[in-house]
Design a binder for this molecule. Structure first.
Ligand code: CO8
Length: 260
């Protein structure tokens, strides 16, 4: 790997911490997703690892979501390959046999929120500067159906409807209130809380927990598996539209200007 994902396995506890370190903002580029998938698969195949805590090594950001540069000014082949990697990340994380806990120590828009929602449990630092949500419509793009399904499974249908149409980014208290995150903690307590919650989850026999997780999540996963190719084609034809390329370009410029 190129050191974009730092994995530390505590063999005695059977718990790994996966720290995303694709600086500055942990955007989900193709290279990062590839490395993330390799790291996750290694842990998945390691009998000594039963749980993963997913967190960020970037200051103030959990993940900025999909790397906008991967969706802008590239070839159709590139978009297809990129989208397949995004699908694969969700499929692997959402169905992981391990207990997965997101320790959300920073902002987590769009794809970052999807990653957090794909875990079994979410703990967020109660810093008022952080926000989380599926803000796609604010970029002029539409969250794919399986992003929507994952949000419905997390917060319910009505909250999803409002959340998605307005592209809402929630403060930690708002996110907690609607159930987008399970628990808020002071920033400095996030890793110890994640470890404590992990031991509660690991007290349940793996086999029973895994079958139950699969029973809950399989119908959602099967929907993407049944439409995986057409989902790629949809993404490619949507993202190559002039109007969408233009929205993304304007959004990138807005992000850069906001700094100055
Ligand atoms: N991709 C690429 N670069 C990014 C991204 C991103 N998602 N986010 C930020 N950057 C870049 C910025 O442009 C900036 O670059 P530079 O240093 O060259 O100016 C650098 O990272 C640092 O960013 P900021 O200065 O903005 O840092 P802040 O700490 O002020 O803010 C935030 C960090 C909150 C993460 C902020 O950058 C932000 O809001 N970013 C955009 C997040 C976003 O909206 N992501 C959505 C991506 S779309 C997605 O994930 C799902 C799409 C589904 C596809 C459906 C199509 C059919």
């Amino acid at each position: 790997g190129h050191g974009r994902v730092a994995v530390e396995l505590d063999s005695s506890a059977g718990v790994a911490v996966m720290k995303m370190e694709n600086l500055p903002v942990n955007s989900l580029s193709l290279d990062f997703l590839t490395e993330f998938l390799i790291s996750l698969e290694k842990l998945e195949n390691d009998r000594g690892c039963r749980g993963v805590i997913l967190t960020s090594g970037a200051p103030k950001i959990f993940s900025a979501g999909l790397d906008i540069m991967e969706m802008y000014g590239k070839s159709a082949e590139h978009y297809a390959e990129f989208w397949k990697a995004v699908q694969e990340m969700w499929l692997r994380l959402y169905q992981s046999n391990m207990v997965t806990i997101a320790a959300i120590n920073g902002s987590s828009p769009a794809g970052g929120c999807l990653m957090a929602m794909s875990c079994d449990y979410r703990i967020m630092a109660e810093n008022p500067k952080y926000s989380i949500g599926l803000n796609e419509t604010q970029l002029g793009i539409v969250a794919p159906f399986w992003f929507k399904d994952t949000l419905v499974n997390t917060i319910g249908n009505r909250a999803t409807e409002r959340s998605l149409e307005l592209g809402l980014l929630y403060s930690p208290p708002e996110a907690h209130k609607i159930g987008l995150v399970d628990q808020l903690v002071p920033e400095e307590k996030i890793q110890t809380t994640a470890a404590a919650v992990m031991s509660q989850w690991l007290a349940i026999p793996d086999h029973a927990r895994q079958i139950t997780k699969s029973m809950m999540r399989k119908p959602t996963v099967d929907r993407l598996l049944a439409h995986r190719e057409s989902d790629i084609q949809n993404f490619v034809s949507f993202i190559t539209k002039d109007s969408i390329q233009k929205s993304l370009q304007m959004y990138m410029e807005m992000l850069k200007q906001r700094r100055g």
